[in-house]
Ligand binder design. Structure first.
Ligand SMILES: Cc1cc2nc3c(=O)[nH]c(=O)nc-3n(C[C@H](O)[C@H](O)[C@H](O)COP(=O)(O)OP(=O)(O)OC[C@H]3O[C@@H](n4cnc5c(N)ncnc54)[C@H](O)[C@@H]3O)c2cc1C
Length: 473
């Protein structure tokens, strides 16, 4: 059976697809069949080839039990790996609780989300909060698969975001927080500094750089003391759904994908879309209603960059400059920029990029606090990271790939940028190595849990372990 991911940029045919109902079934399968390679598919929302395999693919949709409990005065939830986030937050909400961090959508499973460091805005990524991971693997360098609980130390830091390389996650324990209300208000800003200033009063905010206007709209968000939804909350939700989730996307699809009209795309952003951005006062609603959206309604593809605050201004200047250049504007590249381009062999690409692509989606910025993990994108000693999303709705996607590869490689070299593991991933092993200082430590942990590399596929062997499949065996 052919398997496709959400973005339809991956298509592959595993030799075997299993949907186990218990951990014992997985353990028996691994020990009796001794498969060459095993990967897990969850909701298939990653764009990078993480789920790809021509060997065994495991789907844990039947392992999705949710058990809320208290320990030392703290509310915790033990959740089956295959449970979708939307089901989990529905169950938690009935108990007056929610997750400590939420991404933009809730389609992912809990194991899928933590495995790539899925994040929202103003908090750590979900991976950071994980207290325990129950894994089926070949731990202690054993040749026999068994279940183990990872609860502390560097093993937990690796298991919190492991790209599926440590083994098959069957359960995760997460802390829960009391359900809370969030107030949201939209405001325009002309500069990046002004948008960042808003964070002082709105620490959960995300903001958008509007292409072709090159100004910002902030979705200012803050935790509210109110206990009830605003009167207008339902109307706001319907407006948001009709205007943004549906209307804006249909407009973008019409202009960029169907008509392929660069003029229409520019008109959309310079004149039309800003007219519809809500200019009401703040609206208050439950956290998950404000913090999530239906971004999965229309198929698209995304690359997401992460930089620290000190690199944010230069990163935005570079992205804006390259997108303008790609759209046919005259821009000047400095000698210093050309030296970097030369160093990473991208000088020739400039000519190919010129006048080749019109960006057609708002560029979203989110702030993520540093994670206690080994290799999630916001891991490390810095206080906070900013994620920058570049999205395309146009197919074929080659022109987009060329631009974002160019942007990403330059920014990894010059601004120590990282790329979301679960989004489109254009880096090679050399560049990935530069991004994560604890990658060797991660290799060591993986080696202890999976000596033979059964839980690794070609993609992770290449970009995470710097080895071809052949070298690995
Ligand atoms: C529309 C859309 C919106 C998104 N919004 C956000 C966002 O706001 N923030 C953000 O950070 N990301 C976002 N993402 C990216 C997404 O959260 C990640 O790619 C996430 O990993 C996908 O989860 P999934 O359940 O679909 O897992 P899959 O894509 O199926 O798998 C992802 C990885 O997890 C591994 N995995 C899954 N389950 C297990 C298991 N039980 N044991 C071991 N490994 C496992 C897989 O092998 C694979 O390596 C978005 C993606 C889409 C398509």
């Amino acid at each position: 059976m052919v398997v496709e991911n959400f973005g339809r940029n991956l298509r592959f045919e595993p030799s075997n697809i299993l949907s186990p109902k218990t951990s014992e079934q997985i353990i028996d399968y691994l020990n009796e069949q001794r498969p060459r390679q095993v990967r897990v598919i969850a909701s298939g929302h990653a764009w990078s080839p993480l789920i790809e395999t021509n060997s065994t693919l495991i789907d844990l949709e039947y392992m999705s039990e949710v058990n809320i409990y208290e320990e030392s005065g703290e509310s915790l939830v033990r959740v089956g790996a295959g449970c979708q986030i939307k089901r989990l937050i529905g169950i938690l909400n009935k108990a007056g609780l929610t997750l400590p961090s939420l991404g933009l959508i809730t389609e992912q499973t809990i194991a899928g989300a933590i495995s790539t460091g899925t994040h929202g805005s103003g908090k750590h990524s979900l991976s950071h909060y994980v207290k325990e991971v129950s894994l089926i693997s070949y731990h202690d360098q054993s040749d026999t698969a068994s279940l183990c609980r990872v609860t502390e130390g560097s093993d937990l830091e690796a298991a919190r975001c492991s790209l599926g390389c440590l083994g098959i996650i069957v359960e995760v324990v997460l802390p829960c927080v009391p359900q809370y209300m969030v107030s949201e208000k939209w405001s325009p800003c002309t500069t990046l500094s002004a948008a960042l200033d808003r964070e002082k009063d709105a620490p959960l905010q995300q903001f958008f750089l509007i292409p072709h206007r090159w100004t910002y709209f902030c979705q200012e968000r803050t935790v509210s003391k109110r206990t009830k939804r605003s009167l207008f909350a339902s109307i706001y939700q319907i407006y948001w759904f009709l205007f943004f989730d549906v209307g804006t996307h249909v407009g973008i699809l019409f202009a960029a994908r169907w008509m392929k009209s660069r003029k229409m795309v520019r008109f959309l952003y310079r004149r039309l879309i800003p007219l519809f951005v809500p200019r009401l006062g703040a609206v208050t609603d439950r956290s998950y209603r404000i913090m999530t959206m239906e971004h999965e309604m229309f198929r698209h593809l995304e690359l997401e960059l992460f930089v620290t605050r000190e690199h944010l201004h230069e990163t935005v200047e570079w992205i804006t400059k390259v997108l303008k250049f790609a759209d046919g504007e005259e821009v000047h590249f400095s000698d210093a920029e050309r030296i970097i381009l030369h160093k990473i062999d991208l000088e020739q690409s400039l000519t190919k990029i010129k006048n080749s692509y019109t960006h057609h989606y708002p560029i979203c910025f989110r702030r993520i606090l540093a994670d206690e993990t080994m290799i999630s994108m916001s891991s490390g000693d810095h206080e906070e990271w900013y994620s920058i999303s570049l999205i395309t709705y146009v197919e074929p996607r080659e022109r987009f790939f060329r631009i974002v590869t160019f942007l990403a490689k330059y920014l990894v070299e010059s601004q120590e940028a990282r790329i979301h593991w679960g989004k489109w991933f254009p880096l090679d092993s050399e560049q990935t190595e530069k991004c994560y200082s604890r990658l060797t430590e991660f290799h060591d942990v993986c080696q202890r849990y999976d000596r033979q590399g059964v839980f690794r596929n070609t993609f992770v062997n290449k970009v995470v372990f710097f080895k071809s499949d052949k070298q690995f065996k």
